[in-house]
Design a protein around this ligand. Structure first.
Ligand code: FPP
Length: 260
């Protein structure tokens, strides 16, 4: 699917305006409310949510982002009615089957994070296919968080490290943030600079808890199906206006130019 001499669009990182984020995480909330407010079934909200996801991926490419991580199914979502769970699984399948070749042509590299063991065999196969088919791509990294939960991810990393220590592969005193991060699903992926959540809720809901230590947050009142390129651009502009200090001081304070 991919040749070494690529005719695919190169990563537009150099087009990224100064101050724009490299990695954006998105909590796609509000599909159900979008549907309910129109008297439509929840599935219609999720279908429209998938359309909004397609638009967000196209916009992320155009905006020159390196990574877009989308929260598509949380471990807690299993507690929804069986039919809704089946609908969401169906939409994931549709997304991969229908969009994989377009994503590949757009030089998108897909990576899936989350627990695979609980998923149906056909879905697991599709996820591996999507990752393998796009593994050589060099454009936008689309990280799909599916059956993902941050606490479970962190517990699994602790378990893996405990096993390494028990087997003598790792010394307990060598465990630090870097080594720990290498055992997370997101190993090798830079932390998100910005996390966007739609639908007015202001919480993380078990999404990228370790990785969000220094992320900026933008909460939008609109429901996810209404999230469009304009809303995405506005969130990036809001991010650009924020000052990130990572626990330090501003360069101006450091240089003694500011009072506090
Ligand atoms: C939140 O809306 C959204 C989800 C639980 C799933 C996100 C799914 C999509 C955007 C479409 C499908 C795409 C894939 C790849 C599976 P909600 O149902 O929690 O909305 P509510 O809070 O208003 O009920």
């Amino acid at each position: 699917m991919h040749s070494m001499i690529s005719d695919k669009p190169a990563l537009a990182a150099q087009q990224r305006p100064f101050g724009a984020p490299a990695h954006v995480g998105v909590i796609m909330d509000g599909n159900g409310r979008w549907a309910a407010s129109r008297g439509l079934p929840r599935l219609e909200g999720h279908r429209r949510g998938l359309e909004a996801l397609r638009g967000a991926v196209r916009a992320a490419i155009d905006f020159g982002l390196d990574y877009l991580t989308v929260y598509s199914f949380s471990m807690e979502n299993w507690s929804r009615p069986m039919q809704e769970v089946a609908d969401l699984m169906g939409l994931l399948k549709r997304f991969i089957r229908h969009d994989l070749s377009d994503l590949d042509k757009a030089n998108v590299k897909i990576r899936v994070i989350g627990r695979r063991d609980d998923l149906q065999e056909d879905i697991r196969t599709l996820l591996v296919e999507a990752e393998e088919a796009t593994s050589a791509n060099t454009g936008l990294n689309l990280v799909v968080a599916f059956n993902y939960g941050a606490r479970q991810e962190i517990a699994a990393a602790a378990r893996a490290l405990a096993e390494d220590v028990a087997a003598g592969r790792v010394k307990a005193c060598d465990i630090d943030e870097t080594l720990f991060a290498q055992r997370l699903d997101t190993a090798g992926i830079p932390d998100p600079d910005l996390i966007i959540r739609t639908s007015g809720e202001k919480r993380l809901s078990n999404f990228l808890m370790w990785q969000a230590a220094y992320s900026e947050f933008v909460f939008l009142p609109m429901h996810w199906p209404d999230f469009d390129r304009k809303a995405f651009a506005a969130a990036l502009a809001e991010f650009g206006s924020r000052e990130r200090r990572f626990g330090g001081v501003t360069p101006a304070v450091e240089a003694g130019k500011a009072r506090t």
